[in-house]
Design a protein around this ligand. Structure first.
Ligand SMILES: *Cc1c(COP(=O)(O)O)cnc(C)c1O
Length: 453
């Protein structure tokens, strides 16, 4: 393909907490900052790689560079007293084990499993727990392949951070393609399989084939779309172009498309810079050449992309490169949420101001939306009804499909950052979905207790 031959291969080199001195050497970090990173990364997972270090992070703009904020744990992510406690342990040079013990206590305070994913989303049927799968919305099943539960670099705001610090034991994962196929056969309502993680494209193509090939061969149920949720086009685009098995990966994508399935690469792009390098653009071109589509999504995050110009520019580049803007999320309530969070009112402003500036082809994007226990809920407006200022909210996805596309109202609250901080408008006692949600939760509880999940 034109232009690709000019790109030099790069050998993947990860950097983690133990490599901070090496990063300090490359990047010229101050001792104070590198000590702080070391302290905070005892609590939060930390991994960057040589592409981020050489090509994406702007080392002349530290610490406010958005890609630095996106990937390197920051002092402000810990509460002051937790930070000071860990710092004093370091200064006393206590054994690493002691430091990690204190860090674990801090992790446990930080809502490691938001939105009840484990209890409510993992299917249980006829006494079988379908581990490594989630089925929350009728049409789409999530698959978490065992070997795909890590990433080429970690986002500091990741809502799956708990599994990268060993809190989860990969409870979410499976290595059984046959179980997924069995489940899809029994569920004709499912049209989409979303392979996710971690990042499934961390897997070698040979391993990814073990999941995908049986599915496209056996065509279970009414499956018509395979989606792959990934950050690799942003964090390691060489995966699609010059890595040893890049050609095989591209062939696999072609095989999926040729077998008649729609293949959607659900790409996580947080900042336009991730789309600007020649290698990222070559990767996108190569993915699209297979007949796959690329749909782009990311959360809105303070210090990283809390500016309408960033989003407008990002959507425009995506469309220019042939990718489709899809969702703007609100960061989930987990981990260092207080460092990254923005009020819903501010999120709505940023979305609207960005949306105003772009053509209709960029407006395939929807948001800002919360992926919460009842469903994906979009903030669709701020208005006044009968003298009361309200948020107009809308279900984009619902745990009960009856809720989808319904609007409802919450009292306007300048400070609220998540659904659970909102009150129903017009003096109502509860939101319309709450009774039904309690029922659903109670049903699931019975199943899960019976199977001792
Ligand atoms: C977002 C999400 C999906 C996919 O939803 P779409 O609106 O179809 O993209 C599926 N399952 C879960 C649990 C999700 O959070």
């Amino acid at each position: 393909m034109k232009g690709i031959d000019k790109i030099m291969p790069k050998k993947y080199k990860p950097y983690s907490r133990k490599d901070i001195l090496k990063i300090q050497d490359v990047a010229g970090l101050s001792h104070e900052l590198s000590d702080a990173i070391k302290i905070v990364s005892a609590v939060f997972p930390f991994r960057v790689n040589n592409y981020l270090i050489d090509e994406l992070i702007d080392w002349d703009n530290i610490p406010s560079d958005p890609i630095f904020q996106l990937t390197v744990p920051q002092p402000g992510m810990l509460e002051w007293h937790d930070f000071e406690k860990l710092k004093s342990l370091y200064q006393k040079e206590v054994p690493e084990k002691e430091i990690l013990k204190t860090a674990r206590k801090i992790q446990m305070k930080m809502n490691p499993h938001p939105a009840d994913q484990m209890e409510l989303n993992v299917p249980v049927e006829n006494g079988t727990v379908y581990r490594g799968m989630q089925h929350k919305y009728n049409e789409t099943v999530l698959l978490f392949p065992h070997q795909g539960q890590t990433c080429h670099a970690f986002c500091t705001y990741c809502f799956r951070w708990a599994q990268f610090v060993g809190l989860d034991d990969l409870k979410f994962a499976t290595d059984r393609a046959d179980k997924v196929i069995e489940y899809l056969r029994n569920h004709p309502e499912v049209t989409d399989l979303l392979i996710t993680g971690g990042d499934p494209l961390i897997m070698r193509t040979k391993v990814l084939r073990r999941y995908i090939e049986p599915i496209i061969r056996q065509r279970p149920g009414n499956l018509s779309t395979i989606r792959i949720g990934t950050k690799v086009p942003a964090y390691w685009p060489y995966r699609f172009v010059t890595d040893k098995d890049a050609d095989d990966l591209i062939s696999l994508f072609e095989e999926v498309v040729e077998s008649g399935f729609h293949l959607a690469i659900m790409s996580h792009f947080s900042h336009p810079r991730e789309l600007e390098t020649p290698i990222a653009q070559a990767a996108i071109k190569r993915i699209l050449s297979t007949g796959a589509t690329i749909r782009c999504q990311a959360p809105l995050i303070k210090h990283v992309n809390d500016d309408p110009d960033i989003w407008a520019k990002m959507w425009q580049i995506q469309v220019k490169l042939g990718a489709i803007p899809y969702y703007m999320f609100i960061g989930r309530d987990t981990g260092p949420k207080s460092y990254f969070k923005l009020p819903l009112a501010r999120a709505y402003d940023i979305f609207s101001n960005a949306y105003n500036k772009v053509s209709g082809l960029c407006r395939t994007v929807r948001g800002p939306l919360m992926s919460a226990t009842p469903g994906k809920i979009m903030i669709d407006g701020v208005t006044e009804i009968g003298g009361e200022k309200v948020f107009v909210l809308k279900f984009i996805q619902g745990r009960d499909s009856e809720w989808v596309n319904q609007i409802f109202f919450a009292r306007y609250d300048e400070k609220a950052c998540w659904l659970d901080e909102l009150e129903p408008a017009f003096g109502e006692k509860q939101f319309f979905f709450e009774n039904r949600l309690d029922e659903i939760k109670a049903e699931k509880d019975v199943f899960h207790k019976a199977s001792s999940l």
